[in-house]
Write a protein that binds this ligand. Structure first.
Ligand code: MN
Length: 235
């Protein structure tokens, strides 16, 4: 007997995979806060790794937007910011994994944007309230195709990769993955103590310095060496 629903259920959210006709089905979206020193400084809160641990927030899978899309300038903000990030796509379940085992959970990587309504985020921060309205809004998680880890190279190779974002052809963000405060392996190991990671979970690993506003009509192009790139237009 087939289940009947009151209305059409939401789709299975999924992303294209480079070199494959199969799409990667999505489970959850995790985001790491302040994970590059220079960005933590520009946000006014430097990180002392000896006494701090990473922190996280989430967005719904429905906030994903595929590369090549045009998104509307979001409502309620006058300060809509780009944050370019390396995204990890988990392919193997893991709970309380060690740093040594963490890389084996990764199916692949992508270029992602943690789009932010900065004015609303800052307002919530000041009031000690959750940031949700500044982060988890519609179309706030643009992402490029998944590049399988086997095509991207090992961790040591990945760490040397440049990460960059241009708006209308002008450099806005440019750094390297070895500038991550908590490495890919450290992030997965830490996050897996708080959530049992599942295949299809995406981890946006934080943004380097140079975040700033985008305006209607802007074209964003972003890349990480060795990964499929990301392009987005703001209507
Ligand atoms: Mn971010």
């Amino acid at each position: 007997m087939t289940t009947s629903y009151l209305w059409t259920p939401p789709p299975v959210y999924s992303l294209p995979v480079r070199g494959s006709s199969d799409r990667l089905p999505i489970q959850r979206l995790f985001f790491v806060g302040r994970n590059y020193h220079a960005h933590a400084v520009e946000m006014g809160r430097p990180v002392d790794k000896s006494v701090e641990v990473p922190f996280y927030f989430t967005k719904a899978p429905s906030t994903l937007v595929e590369s090549g899309a045009t998104v509307a300038y979001p409502p309620g903000t006058k300060d809509y910011h780009h944050e370019m990030e390396l995204v990890l796509a988990i392919g193997t379940a893991g709970f309380r994994v060690s740093e040594a085992d963490a890389p084996s959970l990764i199916y692949g990587y992508a270029c992602g944007l943690d789009m932010t309504r900065r004015d609303l985020q800052n307002d919530m921060k000041k009031q000690g309230r959750p940031w949700c309205i500044g982060k988890g809004f519609d179309d706030s998680a643009p992402i490029g195709p998944i590049t399988p880890a086997a095509q991207a190279g090992d961790m040591a190779h990945m760490a040397q990769a440049a990460i960059w974002l241009q708006v209308n052809g002008q450099d806005r963000q440019r750094s390297r993955l070895d500038q991550l405060i908590w490495s890919v392996a450290e992030t997965i190991a830490h996050l897996s103590n708080a959530w049992a990671l599942q295949p299809g979970d995406l981890i946006y690993t934080g943004t380097p310095e140079g975040v700033g506003p985008v305006l209607a009509g802007d074209v964003l192009e972003a890349g990480i060496d060795g990964l499929a790139s990301l392009r987005l237009r703001v209507a």
